[in-house]
Design a protein around this ligand. Structure first.
Ligand code: ITT
Length: 207
């Protein structure tokens, strides 16, 4: 049987943690994921007011500069006691260019006075696929992961806020979960599962 060559798709993310998780799930499709760092792509401003708007803008930008179909993820942590913060500003909670550690430290400080019973939070993810930059019908998939914020960071897996995101169903933080378990449960894993189903029509067959 003659196999069609794999289609290259650019991943519009500079976040290594996200890229690892997305690459692991999309390895089931007959596509080659090309990181956007392979192209000379200037940075995008994330000016949207929703995860979806920001994901669309990142995907459109990467598709335009690479000439390839593009996948983008915009995600973040919503903490009820903090009025939904850091939300769409999760990557820059402690300021523009902040590291994961600085963002995490700020969250630990802000959550300290909040009683345990009021620590509810959730991760949200909007995952977008564009066939080309002006694609008028993007595929947009969402995922939500409910949990609670703990005071003491724990675990070394994952990235970002994982060490303080307690997963009640598993009795540990998401940074203590093996990567494949996080991908089955997480906001990103859920959005990717939907994207996989939608893309399966275009890029059928497992490799
Ligand atoms: P790209 O835009 O290049 O993809 P980014 O890190 O700037 O990378 P976002 O604007 O979507 O991406 O911000 C997402 C932030 O939300 C991320 O930096 C983490 O702080 C947090 N976050 C999202 N998903 C997470 C996860 O699965 N575990 C822990 N933190 C997460």
């Amino acid at each position: 049987m003659i196999m069609a060559p794999a289609q290259s798709v650019v991943l519009a993310s500079s976040n290594a943690g996200k890229a690892r998780e997305i690459g692991a799930v999309l390895s089931h499709l007959c596509i080659d994921i090309v990181p956007q760092s392979h192209f000379d792509i200037p940075e995008t401003e994330e000016t949207g007011l929703t995860f979806e708007e920001n994901a669309l803008a990142k995907a459109r930008h990467a598709a335009m500069y690479s000439g390839l179909p593009a996948i983008a993820d915009d995600s973040g942590l919503e903490v009820d006691a903090l009025g939904g913060a850091p939300g769409i500003y999760s990557a820059r909670y402690a300021g523009k260019g902040a590291t994961d550690q600085q963002n995490l430290d700020k969250l630990v400080r802000e959550i300290a006075p909040v009683p345990d019973t009021e620590r509810t939070a959730r991760f949200r993810c909007a995952m977008v696929y564009l066939a080309y930059a002006q694609d008028p019908s993007p595929i947009v998939c969402h995922g939500i992961w409910e949990g609670r914020i703990v005071s003491e960071p724990k675990g070394v897996n994952g990235f970002g806020y994982d060490p303080v995101f307690f997963v009640p169903t598993h009795g540990c933080t998401s940074a203590e979960l093996p990567p494949e378990v996080k991908n089955q449960l997480s906001h990103r894993g859920q959005a990717l599962k939907k994207l996989l189903q939608a893309l399966d029509m275009r890029y059928r067959t497992e490799r």
